[in-house]
Write a protein that binds this ligand. Structure first.
Ligand code: ASP
Length: 304
């Protein structure tokens, strides 16, 4: 039994880009699932799935195609967390990495630290690229529209993945370009373990939405604690969104459970979502940009 659930951001997604989002989600799902299917760890699967979305120039706000700051530079944040032992690695304000999530994993595995930001993070990139390579024509146009205040920003944000592997381990990964037009140096919830990304032996969580509100609500860890205290999954998810709303934000979350169950919840216009779950030969899956704000859980018992 394995589970892989991905998000490609909560928020507004242009109608014209919905197909590209769904194609991108499916490609990432296939990439991560292939690993899980071959017995790889949940950590490998979530990093592969997120890296696939980061590399996609046609959809998502992470890696290539990230939303730029108000100065026009791209600053990326990413985090990985291994539920087996609580190890975590993260980078913030990284400007020269093609795959911020791979860099976050590197911090976890090859440094004594959890979170490295700015020039220090860029110095760890093995093949640094020019920042302009991360800025797509679409993202540049979005910035121009934002600067001209002719329309509110569209294009959803952050990508994330959570997984349960065949060995029973959970992991989470999140990667983002942040918020369109953000101040240079601004860091949201995505690279902060316990806020936008969290995994332990019971649950793995990745969030998307207004990072300031998710940070203040310490969303992912608060959700994990409520579940550990026995709150029902749907009620705990609704409470997580309510807590974010109370802090002035909106967004979405994806959840994988140690028993094989999975869930998502969002209160924005749209959520780009994909999941596959089940045993090796038979799986259930769903790939869509979903449009009705909701709290949905899929129990392990209902999966093949
Ligand atoms: N949570 C991300 C951030 O605040 C953005 C998003 O997911 O929309 O950086």
């Amino acid at each position: 039994m394995a589970t892989l659930i991905l998000h490609g951001g909560a928020g507004r997604i242009d109608d014209a880009r919905v197909d590209a989002y769904e194609r991108g989600l499916r490609a990432a799902l296939d990439e991560g699932w292939l690993l899980l299917d071959h017995g790889a760890d949940a950590l490998d699967a979530v990093v592969a799935a997120v890296a696939t979305m980061e590399a996609n120039p046609d959809a998502f706000n992470a890696g290539v195609g990230s939303s730029p700051t108000r100065d026009g530079t791209v600053e990326c944040d990413a985090c990985v967390m291994d539920g087996r032992d609580g190890r975590s690695g993260a980078v913030a304000v990284v400007t020269r990495a093609r795959s911020p999530v791979a860099l976050a994993r590197r911090v976890m595995e090859h440094s004594p630290h959890v979170l490295i930001a700015g020039a220090g993070a860029d110095a760890l990139v093995s093949e640094p690229i020019d920042n302009a390579e991360l800025l797509t024509p679409y993202a540049r146009a979005q910035l121009e529209r934002w600067r001209a205040r002719r329309s509110p920003p569209t294009g959803s944000a952050t990508v994330g993945a959570v997984a349960l592997d065949h060995h029973g381990a959970l992991a989470a990964a999140t990667s983002t370009g942040g918020v369109l037009g953000q101040w240079p140096g601004r860091i949201g919830d995505a690279p902060i373990p316990g806020a936008g990304t969290y995994a332990d032996v019971h649950v793995a969580i990745s969030c998307t939405g207004k990072g300031e509100a998710f940070l203040r609500a310490v969303t992912a860890k608060a959700l994990a604690e409520r579940l550990a205290a026995g709150t029902a999954l749907d009620a705990a998810l609704a409470r997580a969104l309510a807590d974010v709303a109370a802090m002035g934000g909106s967004g979405g979350l994806i959840v994988a459970l140690a028993d094989g169950g999975l869930a998502w919840a969002f209160d924005t216009e749209r959520l780009a979502l994909a999941w596959r779950a089940g045993a090796a030969a038979t799986t259930r899956e769903h790939v869509a940009v979903v449009t009705s704000p909701s709290v949905v859980s899929v129990s392990a018992a209902s999966l093949p």
